[in-house]
Design a binder for this molecule. Structure first.
Ligand SMILES: Cc1cc2nc3c(=O)[nH]c(=O)nc-3n(C[C@H](O)[C@H](O)[C@H](O)COP(=O)(O)OP(=O)(O)OC[C@H]3O[C@@H](n4cnc5c(N)ncnc54)[C@H](O)[C@@H]3O)c2cc1C
Length: 349
């Protein structure tokens, strides 16, 4: 039996909207993707992400459902974006913070304990610097600017109509069968419990050090990581604050980010600072993303720290719902008003 083809509006071209558009178009649906900003990605939180596809490392501080959903992510990325890096993740700690390592190991799965020799094999530039660590061989990462550009091209190749400078007002679809709302913080009017969690990051450049995979330096106060990008650049991330300010990076955060990089390797002391940026992670109260179905308006939102990790999986879930397939229900809510009302009540309490 042939699948029914739907006409679908996708609003918002961040990582969620792009994955949604690609997933639906690849399944044969007619997709129109609209983005409020004139320039693609100019206002998207997605351009700031570390973009680690790290379900196991993330489970240190996330609900188990994040790792469970995220396990499929690397494979989905690889399928459509061959430039997805699959070098794993390496976690290390300075002698002062070594007590953090067994705790991190306990909270996470699918890792190998590594000693100084193995660390040096994995990352020769770390030789002699760290005596113990954890290696997560099945994790991956992408580089957001390149990955976002590539996803947009893939969407266009699959016939997605794309318009910038067009803001969706959240009204029910008129000419389309469904609207999939991927507006991130822009969907606040429809999701009263959505909040922004501030994150700050930096990009630096140096040819003095090179790494093959994301590195996490354990620290009791800050989830610091460094992701190698092309062109001798490194993304340093990220602060995590319950604040909705998204203006410039503070001096304290800049010192923290740069200081951590210097601790990881003193050669970063000679690096050139390329940029600093701050943004908001669209988050629901439990920091778990959801597909929220309100008749023909389907919201895909609340990605918190996990937009790159979970956008492919939630896009597939929304597509399967639209196609009437059997789906997991834990992160999909059919909201006939109760969820919205409960959220409004808890917000006003
Ligand atoms: C510093 C930092 C580091 C991070 N690191 C990671 C990481 O390592 N791994 C990871 O998975 N995630 C990470 N994240 C989180 C990730 O960036 C977010 O989860 C993700 O970007 C959310 O994507 P989104 O598509 O929902 O929202 P966005 O990327 O914000 O996209 C929403 C889009 O909708 C558009 N829009 C808004 N209103 C309208 C409207 N009315 N009509 C049309 N379009 C509209 C916006 O302009 C925007 O382009 C990080 C975030 C930050 C800030």
């Amino acid at each position: 039996m042939e699948e029914a083809i739907s006409r679908i509006l996708v609003a918002g071209a961040g990582i969620a909207g792009l994955w949604q558009a690609v997933t639906l178009a690849r399944a044969g649906h007619k997709v129109r993707l609209i983005e409020r900003s004139q320039e693609p990605f100019a206002d998207a939180s997605s351009r700031l992400a570390g973009a680690m596809l790290a379900p196991y490392c993330e489970s240190e501080a996330a609900d188990p459902v994040i790792a469970e959903l995220g396990e499929d992510s690397v494979e989905l990325w690889r399928e459509i974006y061959p430039a997805t890096q699959l070098e794993g993740s390496l976690v290390v700690a300075t002698p002062r913070d070594l007590a953090e390592l067994p705790r991190f190991a306990r909270m996470t799965a699918n890792h190998q304990a590594v000693d100084g020799n193995r660390i040096a094999e994995l990352e020769p530039d770390l030789a002699g610097r760290f005596s113990k660590g954890l290696f997560y061989p099945t994790e991956g990462h992408v580089e957001p600017p390149a990955a976002l550009d590539a996803l947009l091209k893939i969407a266009l190749t699959h016939g997605v109509e794309f318009e910038t400078g067009v803001a969706w007002d959240g009204e029910r679809p008129q000419n389309d069968d469904f609207a999939v709302d991927c507006r991130g913080m822009g969907a606040r009017g429809a999701l009263s419990n959505l909040r922004g969690v501030r994150g700050e990051m930096a990009v630096i450049e140096t040819a003095e050090v090179s790494f093959s995979r994301p590195l996490r330096l354990l620290h009791p106060r800050m989830p610091f990581y460094i992701v190698p990008w092309s062109g001798n650049r490194f993304m340093l991330g990220a602060t995590l604050m319950e604040s909705e300010k998204h203006d410039g990076v503070t001096l304290r955060s800049a010192l923290d980010l740069l200081g951590m990089a210097y601790t990881l390797h003193p050669a970063f002391g000679e690096a050139r600072i390329v940029s600093f940026a701050a943004g908001l992670r669209p988050s629901l109260p439990d920091n778990i993303p959801r597909v929220i179905v309100r008749d023909r308006h389907i919201l895909v939102n609340g990605f918190y720290r996990h937009g790159f990790l979970l956008a492919p999986v939630l896009a597939r879930l929304a597509k399967d719902y639209i196609e009437g397939k059997e789906i997991r229900r834990d992160v999909l809510i059919e909201d006939h008003g109760e969820w919205r009302a409960a959220n409004d009540r808890s917000r006003n309490a």
